[in-house]
Design a binder for this molecule. Structure first.
Ligand code: FES
Length: 160
């Protein structure tokens, strides 16, 4: 028999407020059983779903996207490692995208990001006269546009 946790115990273990747990349940992301007095009781494996929800949001997934992913897990039994592996396969691309974004962010902290400010010494090389504005709004190199090569004969580069 799977151990059942109160909402308080689950909140303490996961670091997620009881109000958020109730919200996730209302959205169908997690489920609980009810006692005779209608108190919620959660099976311990729910803790993994909550960890998944919290970190999925951190890398930019919406609750709808997360619900779509979690819906692929079996509901008639505790999901196995293999079940979670199936999820991670579709997730990997999203994580890689996020890693690229973060690496571009990191690189841009000391370099021209093609935002149009022309305020760094590097801007005159990477974005003379704000040439990248032609490609669209926003920090072009941060959103993934290639950075013109500053070395004669060398092709343009992408950050990360
Ligand atoms: S950092 Fe803004 S245009 Fe270079």
């Amino acid at each position: 028999m799977t151990e059942l946790l109160t909402i308080g115990a689950l909140s303490e273990r996961t670091g997620v407020a009881p109000s958020a747990l109730r919200y996730y349940e209302d959205r169908g992301l997690i489920t609980s059983e009810r006692t005779g007095a209608s108190h919620r009781r959660y099976s311990r494996p729910v803790a993994r779903r909550i960890a998944f929800i919290v970190f999925a949001q951190r890398i930019g997934l919406s609750l709808e996207e997360i619900a779509g992913e979690l819906a692929r897990l079996p509901t008639d039994r505790v999901p196995s490692r293999r079940d979670w592996a199936r999820l991670s396969r579709s997730w990997s691309a999203r994580i890689d995208e996020r890693i690229d974004e973060l690496e571009r962010l990191k690189a841009g902290l000391t370099d021209c990001i093609g935002c149009g400010c022309l305020s760094l010494d590097r801007c005159s090389l990477a974005n003379p006269k704000d040439r990248v504005a032609r490609r669209g709004a926003g920090p072009r190199f941060w959103v993934g546009d290639s950075r013109p090569s500053t070395t004669p004969g060398k092709p343009a580069t992408h950050d990360a």
